[in-house]
Design a protein around this ligand. Structure first.
Ligand code: ZN
Length: 337
């Protein structure tokens, strides 16, 4: 290895050669290879974290290139799986570390079968069910993880360690995606991702070095120019089912079932215990973003991302124009979760 590779990083007080060795002996799981995940992976690969595991179930699309830093036009043209495109790009950036790309849904089963135990898990997802899964699994395993989310011009991030509150201590159940907005309907600017992942990756490096993480929730609005850390309860709650109850709801609940419909270019997704969908307010939210929006007494139809959705009030949906269940799950969570 070229001796200059990490020379500017080891010069920083508190890192040095011993810190660099700690990083090179560390394993990090990054869940999601979208905007957050690619920024995080880029920073940690360049910093010399010894083993990176990337998991994502989706493919590279043209709408990703505005903010998902590891991808190229060629990746979008070839519709490469994000975990593979990111892995290959990262290998060209740093050939001295191990990079593993998993084209998979980050489920309880996936986490249970990881080939290597991570020291830290980073949230690069775009949905709350997966964040609560990460929370519950990390609590069960005694691992730290770092939450992050961004939408519009805003972002937020928080370190969760054994000593701190977990995400369920603060918000016992996942918020509805429609309450917080998402990148599809509200949009997203790249600097919001850069700001929030700057906090998240700095905290990641600190944790791997054995330094004390920042307490509280980092929030920013990059267009208003506001950056702050809000204080929240800084210890596990006695009322939390995970921290005090020792139960891990996201690990035991069945994931949404995706079934390819035989003989049709369609996948059915039927989540077992999701709250009913208010089709009228969903239709209102999607107006102007999707094509062919049609609401009847029994269902909602629309077309987006090359897929035709038929959604029923109980949350069951038929996705036409896709046959890969992973792709269908990704589209379902993007538009309906
Ligand atoms: Zn908790």
């Amino acid at each position: 290895m070229n001796p200059d590779r990490y020379s500017r990083q080891t010069r920083v007080a508190g890192i040095g050669e011993p810190g660099q060795i700690r990083l090179s002996n560390s394993t990090v799981l990054i869940v999601g290879c979208g905007a957050l995940g690619t920024h995080l992976a880029d920073t940690l690969a360049r910093a010399g974290v010894g083993s990176l595991h990337l998991v994502d179930r989706d493919i590279v699309e043209w709408s990703n290139l505005q903010r998902q830093v590891l991808f190229t036009e060629q990746d979008a043209e070839q519709e490469l799986p994000k975990a593979i495109a990111a892995r290959d790009r990262l290998r060209a950036i740093n050939s001295t570390i191990q990079i593993t790309g998993h084209v998979a849904d980050c489920s309880a089963e996936f986490l249970a079968n990881l080939p290597e135990r991570p020291d830290l898990v980073l949230d690069g997802t775009d949905n709350f069910p997966t964040r609560y899964l990460i929370n519950d699994w990390c609590r069960q395993q005694g691992l730290p993880w770092i939450y992050a989310g961004a939408v519009g011009t805003e972002g937020a991030s928080m370190v969760v360690t054994k000593e701190s509150a977990c995400i369920r201590c603060l918000w016992p159940t996942p918020p509805a995606q429609s309450d917080v907005g998402n990148c599809e309907t509200t949009g997203i600017v790249a600097p919001a991702i850069a700001a929030v992942t700057a906090f998240q990756s700095a905290e990641a490096i600190k944790l791997l070095l054995g330094q004390t993480p920042t307490k509280g929730v980092f929030t920013c609005d990059v267009f208003r120019g506001t950056y702050s850390v809000l204080s929240v309860a800084d210890r596990p709650s006695d009322d939390c089912v995970v921290c005090s109850g020792g139960s891990y709801p996201a690990l035991t609940n069945e994931p949404a079932q995706a079934v390819t419909l035989c003989g049709r270019d369609a996948v059915q997704i039927d989540p077992p215990d999701r709250p009913p969908i208010d089709l009228a307010s969903l239709a209102e939210q999607l107006k102007g973003t999707v094509e062919g929006l049609a609401l009847t007494a029994h269902l909602l139809r629309f077309e987006v991302d090359g897929c035709r959705f038929t959604v029923f009030p109980g949350g069951r949906a038929l996705l036409f124009g896709v046959h890969d269940p992973l792709r269908a799950r990704a589209l379902y969570d993007r538009w309906l979760a």
